[in-house]
Design a binder for this molecule. Structure first.
Ligand SMILES: [Zn+2]
Ligand SMILES: [Zn+2]
Length: 184
């Protein structure tokens, strides 16, 4: 369970990442927590696993279609879902499993974010320093090498309960090659 890279309000209900995009060399699949029925989850999982078998190489092209049809999926490939025979098999699987332990997260809800601690970095030389909360109001420090104002990283909102996580610009997030789409 996890959010697609496009976030909670995204219409994507599933997402598959290629093997090359993960350090463990495995496909990673996300199923949106906005789905609340066990069947919708397993149906979406089946769709994303087709992308995993294809290693997200062909989006919803004919290579994807070949795998999808072989396991009994139907419909426009972008939102391909289980046809009647596969549906029966998935439902039989669900019968053997305990109830899906999940309550849907409302899209109006806001998560409690653990913010990155406030730091500063020189954009020229990369010099980094962490900044104590009580000095945040003074602004980012100067780089000892370049004597220029460093850029703030992490959470610089003084005393904010619901902190906003400011992404660290040095961390790179590759875009997923293929995104799941809404299916019925
Ligand atoms: Zn510097
Ligand atoms: Zn898809």
């Amino acid at each position: 369970m996890g959010y697609a890279s496009t976030g909670l309000r995204s219409s994507a209900i599933g997402q598959c990442w290629s093997r090359a995009s993960a350090e463990d060399g495995l496909n990673h699949v996300f199923i949106s927590p906005s789905l609340d029925s066990a069947y919708a989850v397993i149906d979406t999982l089946a769709h994303e696993l087709v992308h995993a078998v294809d290693d997200c190489q062909h989006k919803h092209g004919k290579e994807f279609k070949k795998i999808a049809l072989a396991i009994g999926m139907q419909g426009p490939m972008r939102g391909a879902s289980a046809g009647p025979a596969l549906k029966k098999r998935l439902e039989a699987l669900l019968d053997q499993l305990p109830p899906y332990p999940h309550g849907r997260i409302k899209s109006s809800a806001k998560p409690r974010v653990r913010a990155a601690p406030p730091r500063a970095r020189c954009s020229e030389c990369g010099y980094r320093v962490s900044v104590p909360k009580r000095f945040l109001h003074l602004g980012p420090p100067m780089c000892p090498v370049h004597q220029s104002a460093m850029e703030p990283l992490g959470d610089w909102e003084v005393g904010s309960g619901l902190a906003q996580a400011i992404p660290d610009p040095t961390s790179v997030t590759p875009p997923p090659l293929v995104q799941g789409s809404s299916s019925g």
